[in-house]
Design a protein around this ligand. Sequence first.
Ligand code: KIV
Length: 264
Amino acid sequence: MSITLSTLLDLKKKSEKFAVMTAYDATFAYEMDQAGVEVILVGDSLGMVLQGHDSTVPVRLEDMVYHTASVKRGARNAFIIADMPFMSYGTPEQAMAGARQLMQAGAHMVKLEGGAWLCDAIAHLSRQGVPVCAHLGLTPQSVNKFGGYKVQGKEASQAQMMLDDAKALEQAGADIILLECVPTKLAKQLTEEVSAPVVGIGAGPYTDGQVLVMHDLLGVGAGKKPKFVKNFLAGSDSIQAAFKGYVEAVKSGAFPAEEHSFNI
Ligand code: KIV
């Protein structure tokens, strides 16, 4: 059965968790779909895991369009979210032009990084029938402003701002909120206070959905993995089994565990 935004809203209402993974091509998208992943994110993390850059900043809209179209050809049932790349949604007009290309390539939703300043762009997209995911917390396109990949929302004032941003974005039309690297307590409160499904990565176990970058989940790639990552291929006898293991662990609440979360 095809997953839609309504499916995800129903899961939130029933307090049932859903699994999200990144994919960038047709073959892995197919395998994830078969494993029961509800949502596939064509993340601009492809700039790091496919292209070898040290951040997502160099990723171009044409890269995202190419990979979104590839994922669409492999996915049968999953809901597909595509990232809008760095500096491609500064104005509502820019956001709409980029979203048009991504939606026509096969995305069901686009994802933008940032807080309440995105409200105008999101309202425009929403009015034109484009579902939007708003990414808060550690927004990797702003890594140069943050001075590194750091947990966000540790201070009370920052945490309050994130709660206010999430509510403003939802009010503007955001349909999903994604939280990256935020303390568990804040992610829990935010998940309870918005109606939109909340997806977490490094945000503890209480969000409605969980997302991991596929390469992290398979334990491949250079460099030290962040605390919130678990290698699901270790102990599995195939990639398909690793994907299924991840989906089961998210749905049962076994992942993320305490050691994958920031309990600040
Ligand atoms: O680009 C990406 O893969 C993402 C996830 C880290 C959430 O935005």
